[in-house]
Each structure stands twice: as structure tokens, then as C-alpha cells.
Design a protein around this ligand. Sequence first.
Ligand code: CA
Length: 330
Amino acid sequence: MPKPSPISPTVDFDRDGVQHGFLRLPYSRDDSAWGSVMIPICVVRNGDGPTALLSGANHGDEYEGPLALYELARTLEPGQVSGTVIIVPAMNYPAFRAGTRTSPIDKGNMNRSFPGRPDGTATQKIADYFQRELLPRADLVFDFHSGGRTLDFLPYCAAHILPDKAQEAKAFAAVEAFAAPFSMKMREIDAVGMYDTAAEEMGKVFVTTELGGGGTARAETVRIARSGIANVLRHAGILDGVVGKARTRWLDMPSDDCFTFAEDDGLFETMVDLGEEVREGMVIARIHSTGRTGVAPHEVRAKMSGLLVARHFPGLVKAGDCMCVLAQQA
Ligand code: CA
């Protein structure tokens, strides 16, 4: 028998109406002997129907998701809904409060912590609660991401290429409904432990985004997040109203050649901006040595032709950092 989760919800997932509450995670510490982490959650239910599970701040320094989801939780009314919408605007709440990718409690990266553990660290306990309590309730799982403090992305909604083509088609249809400027058939560097993988292995329709980054949100990317999530809920038949049609440009990531990692420390210079076309072999970035003058920069060349969809964000890079991501017209 697996252990029960230590997390207790203050909301009833089967009750009609709007509830604003918490997932309460006991966390005993120096400044609060019998204290808890209170993760905000909103449930909007109106009778039987599909369930959407929406989350932001899986990584704590990504802001379009929380900005869209706190707003949706504040404004969504049961009369607009058929079924259930579960909203967790800040999934790794300790990380979100700290403004960091990982949790300040245990350094846990939520998106590498699945399936989690009921007797593990704080981050593993949250992952376990999603894995065993929330994901099984959901038909549609939507997890917002952006680049955080160390990446910046062209705004896109995304789903993965999957072995189950019927499941994949449903996910791509939801991506199309989101109608971000770009839509991505996404490849992962390392899918082990991801929330995405946990949801997909359960057969759920899983959709995500990369909507910008740099540790903040822009007006345009927040607008995309808000209109996109409403469109996806309408597309799923959960929210009333018609899906707003907008043109989206489909991209895919055909091989690992889309990723470029720094092989030196230094001063990062991007030679192309997000959305610009590059050709294979072209210099797309340079890394300048900073320890002395008179040293030629290290040139980074595109391993394939395509569009620059992500770049390292702050001005300095370290060896191993993801510097550039390319994608091709699908
Ligand atoms: Ca992320």
C-alpha cells in the first residue's frame, strides 16, 4: 500500500460552485513549528462534464501562467462552465514565492520530480499529490511555462509527438485552439521526471507553453496566455463561447541538432534575434573571453537551418548552458 499524501485540500473537488482554497502541505521549520505551505487552488465546477487541470509556476520564475491563472480564478463563474476547472496558479509555490526556478526548501525542480514521493522532500510531496490525486481527475492538463531567468522564448503553445496518435492529435488540436503566434511539436532534452510525461503516460491530453522569459512577463505574452487558455477551455467544451480564431505558425524540432550548449564560459553575444531565420553553418552566437583582452571569440554555428525560438537570457554564459534553440517550419 502506498502511503497517503500528507497534503490536505481545503476544497471539495466534487462540489458545484466556486471555491478558493489551498493545498495544505505540512512543513515544520524553525519559524513555524507546526507550520504548513499553503498552495492556492481554485475549483470551479458546474455539474458533470470534462475536467481541466491548469497550472502555472511549475518553475517559480515563469510568470505568464500565474498572471493568466490568478486572473482566471478571480473571474471564472460556474454559469460559464460545463464540468470542472481546477486552477493551481503556482504549482511550486515555495519556488514562486522565492522567484526562483527550484524550491528554496529542497532545491527541488518540480518538472524533474515526478512521480514524486509522499514521504520525500516538499517538492516530491507536491508532485506526488498531482500524480495520484489531481492528474487522475483530469481529462485535459495544461501547464504554463516560460523561459524563466535564464532563457527567453518566441511565444508558443506546444505538445509532444506521442506514440499514441489519437492522444497526440487531441493535444495538437488543443494547441491549435490556443492560437499562440507559434505552435510547436516539441522535443525534450530529458523527459524523465517531467509532469508532461506523467500526464501523457496516464493518457491525458497534455498541453504546455513557452511564452517568453527573462524572469518576467511582457504585456504581449500575458495577453497571449489569457486569450489562449480561454480558447483551450472553449475548445474542450468546458467554457462557453466560441474559440477565437487567430493564425498560428506550426514549428517542429526534428532532431537534437536544434539545441546548442555552451562549451566555454564568457560573455554571450547572440547574432540573431528570436524569430529570425538562420541557415545551417551560420554563426548564431559568439562567446567572448572576459579574463583578458586580445582573445578571439568562440563562434557558435547553427547545426541546422530554421528559426531561432529560444536563447540564453542574461549576458554571461557558463559551459553547459543551453544557448540557442532552433526549430523548423512544420
Ligand atoms: Ca519552464
